[in-house]
Design a protein around this ligand. Sequence first.
Ligand code: ADP
Ligand code: NI
Length: 218
Amino acid sequence: MVDSLIDKLREKVGGYFSSDASGHSIDHLERVLKYALYLQSKEGGDIVVIAIASFVHDVHRIMGNEKKCFVSPKDSLEVVSSFIDDLDITEEQKKHILYAVEHHEEYNFGDGVTVSDIESKIVQDADNLDAIGAMGIARAIRYCVAKGFPDYIVDVPLYRNAYNESKEDISAVHHIHNKLLRLGEYMNTNTAKKIAMKRNKIMEDFRDAYIDEMNGIL
Ligand code: ADP
Ligand code: NI
């Protein structure tokens, strides 16, 4: 059931996401889907809502690329609806998918959980799992290359404790230290937290090795 729904969706959204160079191409969606299904198997929740929402969560990013400005998840809901409209699921499930997409970026560092339903929590966690670990490092570097940012700037301190979500990190290593290494602590589910701890080690080792090598330390 879920497989055939996703197959149908894949046909529809594949082309839409194929042009993205900012880290939201179809392979990101495929991984977020896999993570979301794994988290669902451990934590529960409506598998249909979780699978579909995780596969269409980044429509706003493609709209933003096209419009060359920020488009919020809320502003993407009409397009998301057009992708899921003819799927054989209940109206209730469609509404729930739109809710999970609308709120998937509203996790905040330490200020409490922003969604209370397990489906939205899992979509947030699955998306954040793909932002960390080896893939997180690769995506951060790719993002910086696309934006013209460097891998690292020696003179600028890493400022993790005063992290400002609205202020863009100036290098990949800064982003890894300032933001990505914090995501694990604020995962919604214990299953995602455990995976994140393993992935944090990879990012910490990379950050430390990069800074040492940058400074010519053997
Ligand atoms: P998503 O929407 O999938 O959660 P974002 O749009 O926030 O992710 O970011 C896309 C990718 O680019 C992520 O892997 C993220 O870590 C990376 N990224 C975002 N901002 C920066 C930055 N300032 N420096 C380096 N990488 C960044
Ligand atoms: Ni995403």
